[in-house]
Design a protein around this ligand. Structure first.
Ligand SMILES: NC(=O)c1ccc[n+]([C@@H]2O[C@H](COP(=O)([O-])OP(=O)(O)OC[C@H]3O[C@@H](n4cnc5c(N)ncnc54)[C@H](O)[C@@H]3O)[C@@H](O)[C@H]2O)c1
Length: 431
């Protein structure tokens, strides 16, 4: 859908008026396109013990690491900071560099997970990094983003896919996030992968199917039979296949497992994207509106996971990615049913992660305001508020969610599990 205000702000007239009136000024975001340089300038890298492994990793990926007048990214390893006084080093490194950050530049701070620090002072300093990064994300201008990555002891080697994503244009609409990376067991080599995407006929699901296919997976695109024509078009574009199924049906988990096992010998990536809304304030909400939202958005997912995991249809090194929502974090008027289901999805991720076999991961993405048919139906004023109330002053695109899912689903992301990553431009809601 068109963001008319963003177009106005970028026009000649808009550029004259918007700054003078202090109105939101949505910057054009740099998004991934094949063949573009990874960053628009070198990476300024500094700090503690992770500098050497990170520099090696960045150079292998073709990043230029060094000093310059303008930086594509600033990466500071704060994992060695042992008490609050030492946080000054973070200020001293990042303070002068922020002004030299290119448009859509990246600030990434690396830390040690506070829960892994036996010394209270070190844990305190490490926890303090969250406040720094979230503030920086709100201050940076021109589409730049800021993230914190907690790297668990021994996880240096598992950092690559996360760093690559956060530094790249693929994370255009992700900011102010805290990601935890743990050690990744050596999994099976990434061969031909099979991915299942539910709710793939349109919107975010269609974008996820396209991006996973771009990354080399055969995508099984699932949606309700009524969406068959759109589903076929999505699957054709992705070079994948279709499965018409209502995920809430009593026989759906077994039918799905049989399809994946018989036709593909199993599945490597499962993206639980199908979701619905039935908005009404709690006082007016019918039991049917409650039941149907909880069933599609949460219970069906639980039943499908049980079968795919129980029957080992999800192969070794598998990836489960659930689509939650910032409504599940912040709550929302008229969405008690939806927010309950999406908060439940977050609970599911946290509860399931420690129970999975080593190398199998489960994570969630929590989109904010994404330009889809769903958000196009929101009344104008609420829609405008949703678009502007974030650090990037605009809505995200389905591809922004899809790129985030693709990072979590990647073979190299075995150290990323139990995370909930917001794709919301650092929305003020629930922040
Ligand atoms: N659009 C946003 O701004 C936004 C924000 C936060 C979260 N989300 C979440 O992202 C996901 C996708 O949202 P979207 O905006 O693309 O929605 P959408 O309505 O455009 O697409 C959802 C798809 O799910 C399918 N579906 C619904 N019930 C199903 C069932 N029982 N079985 C199989 N398929 C079913 C629908 O047919 C549809 O194709 C949802 O989980 C939604 O809650 C969206």
């Amino acid at each position: 859908m068109t963001d008319r205000y963003a177009r106005f702000a970028a026009s000649r007239a808009g550029r004259a008026v918007v700054p003078r009136l202090g109105l939101p000024d949505p910057p054009p975001l740099r998004r991934h396109s094949p063949g573009q340089p990874p960053l628009e300038g070198p990476v300024l890298l500094g700090g503690g013990p992770l500098v050497a492994p990170v520099a090696a990793l960045l150079r292998v990926d073709g990043y230029e690491v060094g000093t310059g007048e303008r930086y594509g990214a600033v990466v500071f390893d704060a994992s060695g900071l042992a008490d609050s006084g030492e946080l000054r080093a973070l200020y001293e490194f990042v303070h002068p560099a922020t002004r030299a950050l290119a448009p859509c530049g990246r600030l990434v701070v690396l830390g040690a997970p506070p829960e892994s620090c036996p010394q209270p002072r070190r844990a305190t300093a490490q926890r303090a990094l969250e406040g720094f990064v979230r503030s920086a994300g709100k201050e940076l201008r021109r589409g730049a983003t800021a993230q914190l990555v907690y790297v668990a002891p021994g996880a240096e080697g598992a950092l690559g896919s996360t760093l690559r994503f956060l530094l790249s244009a693929r994370s255009a609409y992700v900011s102010g996030q805290v990601v935890r990376v743990g050690p990744a067991p050596v999994g099976p080599p990434p061969g031909d992968r099979v991915a299942l995407v539910t709710g793939a006929a349109r919107g975010i699901g269609a974008a996820i199917a396209a991006v996973l296919a771009r990354d080399g997976a055969h995508v099984v695109c699932l949606d309700v039979p009524a969406a068959g024509a759109d589903l076929a078009a999505v699957a054709n574009r992705a070079g994948g296949s279709t499965l018409q199924l209502d995920i809430t049906g009593a026989a759906a988990p077994d039918a799905l497992a049989a399809h994946l096992a018989d036709r593909h010998g199993g599945v490597d990536v499962v993206v639980h994207n199908a979701g619905i809304i039935r908005d009404r304030t709690l006082a007016r909400m019918s039991a049917a509106e409650w039941d149907t939202v909880l069933d599609v958005n949460l219970s069906a997912q639980e039943r499908i996971n049980d079968v795919l995991l129980g029957e080992k249809v999800l192969r070794e090194g598998g990836r489960l990615v659930a689509v939650s929502s910032i409504a599940g974090i912040a709550g929302n008027v008229g969405q008690a049913n939806y927010a309950t289901s999406k908060a439940g999805v977050i609970g599911l991720v946290h509860a399931l992660a420690p129970t999975l076999p080593a190398g199998t991961t489960v994570n969630a993405v929590a989109p904010g305001f994404i330009e889809t048919r769903l958000t196009a139906s929101i009344p104008l004023l609420i829609r405008e508020a949703g678009r502007r109330m974030n650090s990037l002053s605009q809505g995200g695109l389905p591809v922004d969610v899809a790129e985030t899912v693709a990072w979590l689903a990647a073979p190299g992301s075995g150290g990323v599990t139990g995370n909930v990553v917001r794709v919301c431009g650092q929305s003020l809601l629930g922040a």
